[in-house]
Each structure stands twice: as C-alpha cells, then as structure tokens.
Design a protein around this ligand. Sequence first.
Ligand code: G3P
Ligand code: CA
Length: 255
Amino acid sequence: MAFVPAARQPAGVADIAHRGASAHAPENTLAAFREARAANADYFELDVQQTRDHVPIIMHDATLGRTTDAEKVFPGRSPWRVGDFTLAQVKRLDAGSWFSPRYAGERVPTLAETLREMEGSDMKLLLELKNPALYPGLPGRVADELRAQPGWTLPDRTVVQSFDWPSVESFHRLLPSVPTGVIGTPTARQLPAVARYAGYVNPRYDTVTAAYVRAVHARHMKVFAWVADSPATVRRLIGDRVDGIVSNRPEAVPH
Ligand code: G3P
Ligand code: CA
C-alpha cells in the first residue's frame, strides 16, 4: 500500500525505531527496518554515510569493524573507514552475523535500496546525516536520492536530522519541502536561529524536561527524544510531552 499521509496519524507520541528495531535485528539493515514495520512503529531511523565512490549507504559507525566482518574480509585495511571502501567492496561484507547467526549474509543496504524496500509500507523515515564532515556533498546526494523516489518527499513522510547543524541547514536549502531536525539540545538563545531551518529538535533523553519541551514548542518545533528503551523513561518522556521517542525496542513505546 502506498504512503497516505493522513492514513496513519499516531494517536499520541510517535514511535521511532532506532537504527530499525535494533534490539531485535542487526542495526541499520533491511532486516531491522522490516522488524520495525512488524512492530508497528511509526518511523524507522537510520544513519547515512558514503562509500569511496560516493554512494550513500546505511551505517552508524565511521568504521566498518563493529557491525560487519570487514576486518576478516579486508585484513590490513585498518581502521576500516567507511569512506575508504567502494560500494562493491562494502557489498561483500556480512552485516548480520555479529548480531546473530540467524542474520548471516545480511548486507549493508544503500539508501536507494532502503527507500525502495520501505516505499510500500506506511512508515515514515527519520534519516540522519552521519559524520557529514567526512563526506563533502552528502546533503546533496541524499536530497537527490529522495527526489528520485518522490514518495519520500510527500508531506510529513521524512525528517532529515544531524548532530552537524550546518549540514541540516544545507539540506534545508537544497530540499526545503522535507522537514529537518537538529540532534542535540539547543539553548534558549540558540532556538530562534535553529527554528529558521529546522522543524524538529531531537535531544538525548536525559536532557529533556517538560519546561524544555515547552520552550521548543513555543518556537513551533517538535521534539523527538532519543534513545529510550525502559518503560520508566518512556513514561517520563510522555509526561514531558515530547512528540516522538526513538527506541531500540519500538514495542516499548505505546501508540
Ligand atoms: O535519533 C538520534 C540518534 O540516532 C542519535 O544517536 O548515535 O544512535 O546516531 P546515534
Ligand atoms: Ca542515528
């Protein structure tokens, strides 16, 4: 079923699966995104970096060692930086066995493959530009990929976020129809400037207070807090009136 923005409005807080349902499947793989859908999450979150031949791929760390078998497949290529490997090389890696033998053979997905795989779902996307300082041109390449699969540019379908606020501002200039967010906790003094290019402020869960959420809402931005897995933290954030909760366990977020 194609995405219909009005068809699935979360009753309360948005349930956002962090790196997919990463407590249940290897993070940032198609398996984890499918698990997020099976858990009925509203959004799947992912991290975008780029290969040596400039292909946007889904990977959290700046190096490949933790979540793939790169150290075995490419011995002597320490420290196995993402941007030192071509897409063809990355596609040789197993991105599932480190998590469980059940996921042996899972591959590192490209952004294009992920958008295609999830297009038929009614899920929304929280897309992080990860380490953009390492990848000049990354905001533009991500904007191109979203334009190429335009269902992801429909109103309310995708939010693009980063710890690197200037890259968020660049992305906003390139594709203003897609909402953006800053990761972190901008001060009261910083909020007006952030509000000029971002619609979301996405703070770490332990920096959130009800007063902070009110201050962000007063600037007409939303708050997606990360990462909360325990029922007590989820309850507290809901009490603080956040708009979304990023969780490795999407089933922990009521909606
Ligand atoms: O959504 C925010 C969260 O993804 C940031 O943390 O390190 O998991 O990318 P990280
Ligand atoms: Ca992330």
